[in-house]
Design a protein around this ligand. Structure first.
Ligand code: P6P
Length: 281
């Protein structure tokens, strides 16, 4: 496992450099999830693939940018990754990220054994969830990641990231979100899952919601590459991660690019979601 984390640190440095030097333009192709790709999606995917396939303990990798996994003869861990989540935000100079889920014996929620994410922002930062959640910041002088602190969520936060097109929210979802804003929660939503969730984790709590909507009844975010890895982080940081009713880490993926509604947050906010969604699914 340590080999994989050390490899992710090298991946982070190389993708960070690519973001600052390479062309951010779009390309004609779409990825396996049907998202329009930017050149940096393809460049980042290649960086991750080249590093991870060199790690002896990695048995298989699958990218959000590709239909199928790449399987090796030997190894133990299955790594599902989103090489550059929110890449369309780069050309408006907002923060983006990479997400890694590390699994054993398959890609269901119960199979995840660790996760990590990288934030490409004003600073290069890395969060690794194993038994605890560790926060690292890249030190340009030393050319390595410094450990900053362990991340633990408070019982209740102050920020709220309400995803999904509001026009298509179900009425009970809107009522729950409006209720939290009525309690004084501050809107914090950039459209980048990684920086939006990173902010909640570093601010000690709150709620990020990407719900089922009338136009996307299974939500938008991908189980293997985005949802299960962040669910693992939030659970290890003492928070909650649900689909509105069920634990996200109790879910199975019906296919590699399967999606689910998802809520990540502190105890108080997750209870609010459970109350709002009781009997609704
Ligand atoms: P919307 C980025 O495309 C992404 O996959 C996540 O990073 C982000 O949370 C979500 O989509 C934003 O979706 O519908 O708000 O643009």
């Amino acid at each position: 496992m340590t080999e994989i984390i050390e490899s992710i640190k090298k991946i982070a440095v190389d993708i960070n450099k690519a973001i600052k030097t390479k062309d951010t333009g779009k390309i004609e192709s779409q990825n396996a999830s049907g998202d329009v790709q930017v050149k940096l999606d393809v460049i980042s995917d290649k960086i991750v693939e080249d590093y991870l396939l060199e790690v002896s303990s990695v048995k298989e990798i699958i990218s959000e940018e590709k239909e199928e996994p790449i399987t090796k003869e030997s190894g133990k861990y299955f790594v599902a990754y989103d090489p550059l989540d929110g890449s369309s935000l780069i050309d408006v100079n907002l923060s983006v990220g990479s997400i890694f889920g590390i699994y054993e014996n398959g890609y269901n929620g119960k199979n995840i054994v660790a996760s990590a994410y990288v934030v490409y922002g004003p600073r290069l930062e890395l969060v690794v969830a194993r038994d605890v959640v560790e926060f690292f910041r890249f030190n340009e002088e030393k050319n390595e990641f410094d450990f900053v602190k362990e991340i633990n969520l408070e019982k209740k936060g102050k920020v709220l990231g309400p995803g999904g097109t509001q026009k298509y929210w179900f009425d009970y979802h809107k009522k729950m979100i409006d209720g939290l804003f009525g309690e004084g929660y501050r809107l914090r939503y950039s459209g980048g899952m990684v920086p939006d969730l990173h902010q909640i984790l570093l601010k000690g709590g709150g709620l990020f919601a990407y719900p089922a909507t009338t136009d996307k009844p299974k939500g938008k975010l991908r189980k293997l590459f985005e949802v299960f890895p962040f669910a693992y982080v939030f659970k290890k940081a003492g928070g909650g991660a649900i689909d509105g009713v069920n634990e996200l880490l109790g879910l199975k993926a019906d296919y590699f690019h399967d999606t689910t509604p998802c809520f990540f947050g502190s105890e108080y906010e997750i209870k609010k979601v459970l109350q709002a969604y009781k009997g609704k699914k």
